[in-house]
Design a protein around this ligand. Structure first.
Ligand SMILES: [Zn+2]
Length: 546
């Protein structure tokens, strides 16, 4: 984006290096660093770095006390899916139907004839009195289909032209809890609850061309960079994802470090495995493949998580795989091919079964060991089983935002009070010696790593000091939360040149308005991200307006 590729020097900074330097007395710590050709080449005092920069002909920027940390990495994310979901106009923060109508009218004026009007990040509050009805919005874009999705991806709102195009003309039965909401006359209101219902709507909308998808992914990475993210692990990868990244890279438009985990479906064959393995070494300077994502269970909310004991509705004991031997066979094949495996395991029993399979794998020289994703509930025995397993626990305490203090949320009701208290045991996982990494699962939850860290530390709604704290004994320290977004994911993935500020390290940097470790969990979400660098390039810089 900017011509700093040859180099940049930062002085006047506070550095969180994730090395021994952080233990030095404050006065003895380096306050400046020099970046050249994508790497950190020198750390030192302001004077030392100014001198080195002058000698190298590199511009010097005074950060005036800002904090530099290694770049933040989201260990579980779906930016490509998110780019699709976040098509159109951002309706976030529009707190009245009038403001939503204004935004849609402006978008309508901009769009060519025949295009659908898409919007995302819609909030529920403006519709609290009226109910969610497409008719409230229809006349701002006469004749044009409008399809909007709420910020939490659980509900969509369509207008009559959109519903007609999708053939949605009444209530239907779905296998899951999805619903086409209808009025007293049985006419759809436009509100579509849960994916099976709202996918009918979005499937009818014109699909993005490959070029549009590529540009949307590029823009998505730039959006992520504005919150300090410099990279992430894509958990729903396929050949098309790899193609998009390769194209962005070729065009010089890739601003993010990415590892693609190929999605292995339960029904995938040995031929599929062979094909994925054959492509495992495909990579560019900033992106790589060589990783797998597979599932061992579902989610607690729908009774599909695999639990030691049934949930309060009698669910939770059904296997996700028709044959667990097949799961073990698949894992072994990718393991032997040298790939990194991430297995989704939400339920405690699923975690224990995956650990059992992982324990049968022969050691591999010089390669990182595998991960388990989510680990939402763990028995004490499961925590013990993590000890010495070499497994990375990839967790999302951020998802506690959907819990209710009194345990009235569906997740807690299903688990029952005692088991809900075994949720998101990040502290116990760490203490058991597991490597802990944090992530968002964007677009399932907000991508902002400041929020992710705030939840891992505070375990309550950030900024609300009166909010209920879930299992306070599981809180992470500020330092641990930062490590779980920087150094620990680098180590878990065998990236020796990432996760620290040190000579020779990749210049993936996040520049903060204040120290994210010393800031309280409540302050974190509003801490400014002044700059984000990937591979030595400034890919985000806060403007005065923000
Ligand atoms: Zn996910």
């Amino acid at each position: 984006m900017t011509p700093e590729h040859s180099g940049v020097a930062f002085v006047g900074a506070h550095l969180r290096t994730n090395t021994d330097l952080d233990q030095l007395p404050e006065a003895a710590q380096p306050t400046a660093l020099l970046v050249r050709d994508g790497r950190i080449v020198k750390l030192g005092s302001d004077d030392e770095i100014r001198e080195a920069a002058a000698a190298a002909g590199v511009q010097v920027r005074d950060l005036e006390g800002a904090t530099i940390t290694p770049g933040l990495f989201d260990s579980h994310t779906h930016p490509n899916w998110a780019a699709e979901v976040t098509a159109g106009v951002n309706l976030g923060g529009l707190d009245s139907i009038e403001r939503i109508r204004e935004a849609l009218a402006a978008e309508h004026a901009r769009l060519p004839e025949g295009a659908w009007l898409r919007g995302w990040n819609l909030e529920y509050e403006p519709f609290e009195l009226s109910g969610m009805r497409g008719a409230l919005l229809e006349d701002v874009a006469p004749g044009r289909p409008i399809a909007l999705i709420c910020y939490d991806l659980h509900t969509a709102l369509g207008t009559a032209p959109a519903l007609a195009a999708a053939g949605i003309d009444g209530a239907r039965d779905f296998d899951d809890s999805s619903e086409i909401v209808v009025d007293a006359q049985g006419v759809p209101t436009g509100e579509l609850r849960e994916p099976s219902a709202y996918q009918l709507l979005f499937a009818a909308a014109p699909q993005a061309s490959p070029e549009e998808q590529r540009d949307a992914l590029r823009d998505m990475f730039r959006t992520l960079a504005a919150t300090g993210l410099t990279g992430g692990a894509i958990m729903d990868g396929n050949d098309a994802t790899v193609e998009l990244l390769a194209q962005l890279d070729e065009r010089g438009e890739l601003d993010h470090r990415v590892t693609v985990h190929h999605w292995h479906g339960v029904g995938d064959t040995d031929e599929d495995i062979a094909r994925v393995i054959a492509g495992k070494d495909r990579r560019g300077k900033l992106w790589q493949t060589g990783a797998i994502k597979l599932f061992s269970d579902g989610v607690i909310d729908t009774g599909t998580a695999w639990l030691h004991e049934v949930d309060t509705m009698g669910d939770g004991r059904a296997a996700f795989w028709p044959s667990w031997e097949r799961f073990a066979h698949v894992v072994r094949a990718y393991h032997d091919a040298g790939m990194l495996i991430a297995t989704h395991a939400v339920g405690d029993y699923a975690v224990s079964r995956v650990l059992d399979v992982y324990a049968t794998l022969p050691p591999r020289e010089g390669l990182p060991f595998h991960t388990i994703e989510h680990l939402e509930v763990l028995s004490d025995a499961d925590v013990e089983a993590l000890r010495g397993s070499g497994v990375t626990a990839s967790m999302q305490p951020l998802h506690m935002q959907w819990r209710e203090a009194e345990g009235s949320d569906n997740w807690a009701v299903r688990l029952g009070e005692a088991r809900a208290a075994t949720g998101y045991r990040v502290r116990d996982a760490l203490d058991a010696g597991a490597r802990l990494v944090l992530g968002s699962d964007w677009p399932v939850a907000q991508y902002d790593p400041r929020l992710g860290m705030a939840w891992a530390r505070g375990r309550h709604t950030p900024g609300d000091s009166s909010a209920h704290v879930f299992e306070p004994e599981q809180q992470l320290t500020g330092e641990e939360a930062l490590l779980a977004y920087t150094l620990w994911p680098a180590l878990a993935r065998g990236h020796e040149t990432r996760g620290t500020l040190s000579i020779g390290a990749d210049a993936d940097l996040t520049v903060w308005g204040a120290d994210p470790v010393r800031a309280s969990a409540d302050e974190l979400p509003t801490l400014p991200i002044l700059m984000t660098l990937v591979d030595g390039r400034i890919v985000h810089e806060q403007t005065a307006k923000q």
